[in-house]
Design a protein around this ligand. Structure first.
Ligand code: OXD
Ligand code: MN
Length: 589
C-alpha cells in the first residue's frame, strides 16, 4: 500500500498481477530519485554521459532504430460507439482493445521494475490542471516524465485529494513493431501503450493524456485541449498579449514560442515570453475571454534545425540537465545535429558518421528539458488561472496558394479556417514525409473523438462569448518558383504577429476577400528585410481560382464526416465558396 487512495492501490496491484514485475517503485519525483535512476541507466547503457564540461548533467539516449517516431497507424481510440471516434481515428471496440492489450501485457515486466509515476498536467494548484498516473517499465520514460510534467509526491497528494486520475499503462515490451499499439479508452480515462519507448508513444502525459483523453474530457466539461503553443508578446509600451498557435508536429511551434525579436524590434523594447510550445488547455473565464495553461512542464523539441539563427533560446537551455534522444555526437562528446556548427563524429545509431548513411541526427531527434531553463520562460506560465488569449493562429506547411497571413472575419469563419487546415507531413510520425494532408487545427493525430463533434464543440464557443480571440491563419513555408522558401521565418515572424496584435487593438486595417482579411501590405513592417520581387508579390497574393479549388477540396474532406458534420460549418464553407464564385463572375463580366 503506497497511496491513501484505494482505487490507485487496487489498480497498481491489478497491473502488477498481470505484468509480474520483479519490483514496484512509486516515484516521488525527488532529485535523489532522479539521480539514482540516471546512475543506473548510465551503468547499463540506456543513457550515455555527454561532455561534462560543456553539457553538465546532459545525457544521450539512442532508441531502437525501428522506434523513432509516433506511430499514427497503430494508435486507436476505443469508444463504445464507433462513430464517437469518427473517421479521423482508428477505432477498436473497448472490450477487444483491453483483451488485445492485456494479452501483450501479460508477464511483460518479468525481471523488470514497475514504476508508478503520479503526474499533474498544469500548475499543481491550477483548477485547469488534471492529473494522471503512468505505470511504466522504462526508467527513460520516468526521467522524461519528470521533466515534462509535475511528477511525484505533490501530484500524488492532489490525486488522493481529488480521487480521480487518468490511468496510463505502458511497457516497452520487445520493441517489436508488430507488437506495438497505443490505445485510448476516453470513456474510462485510460490509456494502454505497448511496444514503443519513444516520445509521444511512451510519455503518456503528452499526446495520449493532454490531447487525446483531454480533448474528449474538455468537450463534456466546456473547454478546449489543443495542439498549440502559447506565447506572450510584450510591446514597447509594456503590454503583453498572449497568442495560441496550432501548427502540425515539427512545423516550428517551439521556435515561435521562443522567438527572438529581429533587429529593430529588440532595440525598441519588444519582448517574447514563452508559456508553452506544444499543448494548450483553454477555458472561458468570467469575462468571456479564453484563459490558457500549458499542461506541460518541459519541452520535448525537435533537435535538427535548432541553431543560434533559428532558436538561440532553445540552444541556451540545452547546455545542462537535458536528455537528448537520437542526436549525433562530435569528437568532443557534445550533441550534434544538422544546423549546428562543427562536425559530427558519430551518428544517432552510434556509428562513425558517414554521410552515405544519411544525416548524423535522426530527423526526429529530440531534446527533453525543463521549461524553467528557457531564457524566455514566462513567469505567467506558473499562473494557476492561465493567461488570456488575444489571438488564435492556425498554420501549416504549404508550398503554394496560402499567403503569409490572413484573418478570419468572425469565430465561425475561424473555425472553418482551422477545420480546413492542411500541411505537408513531417518526420514526427512514421510514414511518408512531405505529403499534403488535411490536419484540422493540427489535431488530426490527436483528437480523441469524432472531428464532426469537435468542430461543433469549437463552434459552440461562438454563442457563449463576444470576447473570444481573433483567429488568423499563417504560412511561413511558401515556396518560390526555384523551390526555396520566400519568407525568412523565425524571428521575422514577429512582424506578422505585430500586425495581428494591431488588428486585435483595432490599430491596423485589412483588405476584405471572400477567404478572409488580408493585410494592407504597408501595415506589415518589412523594414530591413530583403524580400525578392517574387516574395513581395506571392506572400500577400490572393489567388481566387486556387481558393475556389481549395474550398471544393475542403468540402470533399468535410463530407467524410457525413450527417454528423455541423450544418453551420458546411454553411460557412458554402458562404465562402459562393462569395468566391460571385467575385469570379463579376471579374469575368
Ligand atoms: C510532438 C509531436 O512530439 O507533435 O510534439 O509529434
Ligand atoms: Mn506536438
Amino acid at each position: 500500500m503506497h497511496s491513501r487512495l484505494a482505487a490507485l492501490n487496487e489498480w497498481v496491484a491489478s497491473v502488477a498481477a498481470l505484468t509480474t514485475p520483479e519490483r514496484i517503485h512509486w516515484c516521488d519525483g525527488s532529485e535523489a530519485e532522479d539521480a539514482a535512476f540516471k546512475a543506473a541507466m548510465l551503468a547499463d547503457g540506456t543513457l550515455l554521459a555527454l561532455n561534462d564540461q560543456t553539457h553538465p548533467g546532459c545525457t544521450l539516449h539512442r532508441s531502437h532504430p525501428g522506434d523513432v517516431a509516433r506511430v499514427e497507424h497503430l494508435t486507436f481510440v476505443c469508444t463504445s460507439d464507433r462513430d464517437d471516434a469518427g473517421p479521423n481515428n482508428h477505432w477498436m471496440a473497448p472490450a477487444e482493445g483491453h483483451a488485445k492489450m492485456d494479452a501483450l501485457f501479460a508477464g511483460c515486466m518479468k525481471g523488470r521494475t514497475l514504476y508508478v509515476v503520479p503526474y499533474c498536467m498544469g500548475p499543481i494548484d491550477s483548477p485547469l490542471a488534471r492529473c494522471g498516473v503512468e505505470i511504466t517499465d522504462s526508467p527513460y520514460v520516468v526521467a522524461n516524465m519528470r521533466l515534462m510534467t509535475r511528477m511525484g509526491s505533490a501530484a500524488l497528494a492532489r490525486i488522493e485529494r481529488e480521487g480521480s486520475f487518468v490511468r496510463g499503462l505502458h511497457s516497452t515490451g520487445e520493441l517489436d513493431p508488430d507488437r506495438r499499439f497505443i490505445l485510448h479508452f476516453p470513456e474510462e480515462l485510460a490509456i494502454k501503450s505497448y511496444g514503443s519507448g519513444y516520445g509521444g508513444n511512451a510519455l503518456l502525459g503528452k499526446k495520449c493524456h493532454a490531447l487525446r483523453i483531454a480533448s474528449y474530457q474538455a468537450r463534456s466539461e466546456g473547454w478546449l485541449a489543443e495542439h498549440m503553443l502559447i506565447v506572450g508578446i510584450e510591446n514597447p509600451q509594456g503590454q503583453t498579449h498572449y497568442i495560441a498557435a496550432a501548427f502540425p508536429s515539427a512545423c516550428g511551434k517551439t521556435n515561435l514560442a521562443m522567438l527572438i525579436p529581429p533587429e529593430g524590434y529588440r532595440e525598441k523594447g519588444w519582448k517574447v515570453w514563452t508559456v508553452g510550445d506544444d499543448i494548450c488547455w483553454m477555458r472561458p473565464g468570467a469575462d468571456g475571454r479564453l484563459y490558457a495553461i500549458n499542461p506541460e512542464a518541459g519541452y520535448f523539441g525537435v533537435a535538427p534545425g535548432t541553431s543560434t539563427a533559428t532558436n538561440s533560446n532553445a540552444l541556451a537551455m540545452l547546455d545542462r540537465d537535458a536528455i537528448f534522444t537520437n542526436v549525433g555526437l562530435t569528437a568532443e562528446n557534445t550533441p550534434w545535429w544538422e544546423g549546428l556548427p562543427g562536425r559530427p563524429a558519430w551518428d544517432w545509431q552510434g556509428r562513425e558518421h558517414d554521410p552515405a548513411h544519411g544525416p548524423a541526427a535522426h530527423p526526429n531527434a529530440r531534446f527533453t528539458v525543463s521549461a524553467k531553463q528557457c531564457p524566455s520562460y514566462s513567469p505567467k506560465a506558473e499562473d494557476p488561472q492561465g493567461v488570456p488569449i488575444s489571438a488564435i493562429v492556425f498554420g501549416g506547411r504549404r508550398a503554394g496558394l496560402v499567403p503569409l497571413v490572413f484573418e478570419a472575419r468572425d469565430w465561425t469563419h475561424g473555425v472553418l479556417i482551422g477545420a480546413g487546415m492542411a500541411s505537408e507531413t513531417t518526420a514526427a510520425a512514421t510514414g511518408a514525409v512531405g505529403v499534403v494532408r488535411r490536419d484540422p487545427m493540427a489535431m488530426k493525430p490527436f483528437c480523441g473523438y469524432n472531428f464532426a463533434d469537435y468542430f461543433a464543440h469549437w463552434l459552440s464557443f461562438g454563442a457563449k462569448s463576444d470576447t473570444l480571440p481573433k483567429v488568423f491563419h499563417v504560412n511561413w513555408f511558401r515556396k518560390g518558383s526555384d523551390g526555396s522558401f520566400l519568407w525568412p521565418g523565425f524571428g521575422d515572424n514577429l512582424r506578422v504577429l505585430e500586425w495581428m496584435l494591431k488588428r486585435c487593438e483595432g490599430k491596423a486595417g485589412a483588405v476584405e476577400t471572400p477567404v478572409g482579411r488580408f493585410p494592407k501590405r504597408e501595415e506589415i513592417n518589412l523594414d530591413g528585410l530583403k524580400l525578392s520581387e517574387e516574395a513581395q508579390r506571392v506572400l500577400f497574393d490572393y489567388d481566387r481560382e486556387g481558393w475556389q479549388a481549395e474550398m471544393a477540396s475542403i468540402g470533399e474532406y468535410l463530407a467524410e464526416f457525413g450527417p454528423r458534420l455541423p450544418v453551420a460549418l458546411e454553411a460557412e464553407r458554402q458562404r465562402v465558396a459562393a462569395a468566391l464564385a460571385a467575385e469570379a463572375k463579376q471579374a469575368a463580366a
